[in-house]
Design a protein around this ligand. Structure first.
Ligand code: NAP
Length: 261
């Protein structure tokens, strides 16, 4: 697999029109972080509808149970609920998380790192060290530690895909986006470093998506002046998410893919 250094936009016209076969993810086990609401919920339902056994991660078990019930009601493969708070987790917790995947599901073929911790947006001078520590832990260290713990499972898969979620402010840092922009910039670096390091594992790929503005609980909070309903629905992202998670993206690695432009 050739590492391409990461680039923006190039594959999106093709990805947004991607038509996934109904059984694209059949037989695969895919972990979705932050699956209880917003984009993560929609991605979990979409992956399940395409045949995946989805591991639903988040903090709020009630929300995860509602997603689990929706998957059951639709007759898709049974999901699994794996709660974990990235703010509280240490290396041993991530190891235990991966071991539980192995013992309960036997395999792992993909991770969508979608969870995000963004309690507020404000001036840098108003951000506390505590906020910096928490944001870097939940938005950067957590995805790193979880992926690292799951690596033996991913390497054992015949076709494994890790999809990180970035944000426009990673490459366009701007006032008020503070540590969140810094953490998402770190996520993009992580993708490029790991893509190079995994060149010896051609069945394993890692990319980042930049979703662009879509309707979600987080967006409603961070952009109160916006007419929320005028934004595209998060379902518009799903052709690209399916493309990146399924076999048709094999060989694509190290890319930062902007879906909103
Ligand atoms: N929506 C947009 O327009 C937009 C634009 C650009 C980028 N993005 C990115 O797309 C992703 C999804 O966005 P969204 O708007 O759908 O987000 P959201 O509605 O805020 O959902 C975030 C999820 O992250 C989980 N989470 C938060 N803190 C956590 C922690 N400490 N430990 C574990 N899980 C935690 C939450 O779980 P609980 O609910 O269980 O606490 C929640 O399910 C994010 O990475 C975001 O940065 C979104």
């Amino acid at each position: 697999m050739a590492y391409n250094g990461g680039f923006r936009n190039v594959p999106y016209p093709m990805m947004k029109d991607y038509q996934a076969p109904p059984d694209l993810l059949q037989g695969r086990v895919i972990l979705v972080t932050g699956a209880g609401q917003g984009i993560g919920r929609t991605a979990a339902l979409t992956f399940a509808a395409h045949g995946a056994t989805v591991i639903l991660h988040g903090r709020d078990v009630k929300k995860l149970e509602a997603v689990y019930d929706a998957i059951e009601a639709a007759g898709h493969p049974h999901a699994a609920i794996f709660p974990l708070d990235f703010l509280k987790a240490g290396e041993a917790d991530y190891k235990a998380f991966a071991e539980a995947i192995h013992s309960q599901l036997g395999r792992l073929d993909g991770i969508l790192h979608n969870a995000a911790y963004l309690p507020n947006i404000t001036l840098l001078e108003n951000e506390s060290l505590d906020l910096w520590t928490k944001s870097l832990k939940a938005n950067l260290s957590g995805p790193f530690a979880l992926t690292k713990a799951c690596l033996p499972l991913l390497k054992a898969s015949p076709d494994a895909s890790v999809v990180m979620t970035s944000d426009h402010h990673a490459s366009h840092p701007a006032a008020y986006w503070g540590v969140f922009a810094v953490a998402k910039g770190g996520v993009e670096s992580l993708v490029k470093i790991w893509a190079q390091e995994w060149e010896l594992h051609p069945q394993l790929r890692i990319n980042a998506v930049v979703p662009g503005p879509v309707q979600s609980p987080q967006r409603r909070r961070t952009h109160p002046g916006e007419v929320h309903e005028s934004l595209p629905a998060d379902t518009t992202l799903m052709p690209a998410y399916l493309y990146l998670m399924g076999k048709d993206s094999a060989g694509t690695s190290g890319r930062i893919i902007e879906l909103g432009s």
